[in-house]
Ligand binder design. Sequence first.
Ligand code: ADP
Ligand code: MG
Length: 410
Amino acid sequence: MATAKAAENSTVVKGEFSKASVRDADVSGKRVLVRADFNVPLDGGVVKDDARIRAAIPTIEYLRDAGASVVLCSHLGRPEDRDPEFSMAPVAARLAELLGTFVPVAPAVVGEDVEAVVAGLDSGELLLLENTRFEKGETSNDPGLAEDLAQLADLYVNDAFGAAHRAHASTAGVAEHLPAYAGLLLEREVRELTSVLSDPARPLVIVLGGAKVSDKIGVIEQFLDRADEILIGGAMCFSFFRAQDLETGNSLVEEEGIELAREVLERAEDSDCELRLPTDLVLGERFAADTERKELDGVEVPEGWMGLDIGPETAAAYAESIAAAGTVFWNGPMGAFEMEPFAAGTRTVAEAVASSSATTVVGGGDSGAALAQFGLADKVSWLSTGGGASLELVEGQELPGVGALLEADA
Ligand code: ADP
Ligand code: MG
């Protein structure tokens, strides 16, 4: 399981980043293919949240200043074929604003037309390739596509932390054909996230919420051996309550998670880590913002109701643990925070994380969205740009996009 993997993977457990950095590469006068994570939400053809684009700027500016020409690529959404709705054009427009320079979009991902544009790039100039998922070979890590991508550059830099848990042609395959380095963001992500595993300041408090136990089971197992406390919230807690034979009413329960939760509860008994579950809840009749709402002192959800947030007593208790922590890792909202009547638990936890003097590391995805919604995104030590990638890294897995890079000279 994840813990066994963690033990095997000494690189991650020690928290040392053993890969060669873009800073070690001689890039002057070279063409550099940069895989970034520009998979951002769009709204009517405009970038709605540019956090991932901003996070890629340091590597791009570093390369331009060092005299490279920069060929950028990323996936965007899940297009079926070459659907123009998933063109990179809105990303190029936002990137151009942020960099104050023209960012042309290539006519395709690879091929002769693209090679012709790339050949005309001068030192310091940029090109953004079309959506890598316009090519079927991207997700299947097709060797032909990897070679075609490699054809476009002298060096490869992976800065796409948010996609590094996937072995795709642009995140892994291409690294077999070019000298491959870690970008500044990817490097920082790995350092910050693994710092939670390697000698963290104590107490180490892990806050986990979100929809499913099965998504987070690897993280729970990892930290049962390492953390001082694991605080559970979100819909995930209902699998634990069912494992304890408690009534959960109409709450969202992941059936598959009940057995996992039972095993975790057993392991927690023999562990030095304290696993804590909510002691009160906020209920709604339906999963809707305008539903009937009530607070429940206790956790046995009556028929006709669903648990949609942790209650105020639980939120205050969790906030107290977070305030007293030396290190906090948070992943997953405490409730259905997108709906205001059920946002209080997540807000209290977010505020506690933001105001804690601990080292605070937040996995991306919906926890990041929650922090942003409360205006607290810049109040934590590190907010990851990766959802799945941040979880897999903290579980102790080696990410394919990281594994494919050159080893640093010791
Ligand atoms: P993350 O992306 O941070 O890992 P998840 O994707 O696992 O988080 O879960 C986030 C989702 O879980 C949110 O959309 C939120 O509305 C939902 N959620 C949290 N608590 C509940 C609950 N009690 N009932 C239903 N949905 C919930
Ligand atoms: Mg999510």
